[in-house]
Design a binder for this molecule. Structure first.
Ligand code: ADP
Length: 167
């Protein structure tokens, strides 16, 4: 059987338990899973690219077939350059669908060998997003249940600093 790898791209600003669930499940489906942290997103991120990468590395250190990387430019081209056969994305709700569908078709147009695989969210994390985590933290709430334990302190520290600096 041939070696099969996939890429899970995202902003991960910051990584949440919802992301971790998708990572753990998709790492079981492929020989290798690249987690690709987006550098050139039009989104303004609260965490630097290095912080986002470091946090995911800490949280996935125990999963041997995961590699964290970063990319800018076209995902479909990057995917081709590292030889993956699939893009993994998580679907939370109907609201995710339209954008994801558009992206999947666009990526297929650019690289027709590449499949997009959607994993439905774990119902426990349906409501969870990086923005919700930041919103809760900004309002003094406890984010322990929403982010992986290995990244909890880093996330709290950074969001407290952002808050002080009015970011
Ligand atoms: P992007 O900016 O690319 O949407 P995100 O970091 O917000 O990056 O999300 C990366 C991927 O993880 C997306 O496919 C998104 O749908 C998925 N995802 C985010 N949160 C969850 C969750 N709670 N459950 C399942 N999938 C999720």
């Amino acid at each position: 059987m041939s070696f099969k790898s996939a890429i899970y791209p995202g902003s991960f600003d910051p990584v949440t338990k919802g992301h971790m669930d998708i990572i753990k499940r998709s790492a079981k489906m492929y020989d290798k899973l690249y987690i690709a942290v987006l550098t050139n997103s039009s989104k303004r991120c609260s965490f630097t690219i290095d912080e986002r990468i470091e946090m995911i590395k800490k949280c996935t250190a125990h999963i041997s077939n995961v590699e964290v990387c970063t990319f800018s430019g076209l995902l479909a081209e990057y995917a081709k350059s590292i030889g993956v056969i699939a893009i993994v994305r998580g679907l939370r709700a109907v609201t995710d669908f339209e954008y994801e569908f558009q992206m999947a078709l666009t990526n297929k147009k650019i690289n027709k060998e590449l499949e997009t695989i959607f994993l439905t969210t774990n119902s426990k994390y349906m409501y969870l997003s990086s923005s919700i985590v930041k919103e809760i933290a900004r309002n003094g709430g406890d984010i322990t249940d929403f982010v992986p334990a290995a990244a909890l302190e880093d996330i709290k520290n950074r969001l407290e600093r952002n808050d002080k600096n009015g970011l």
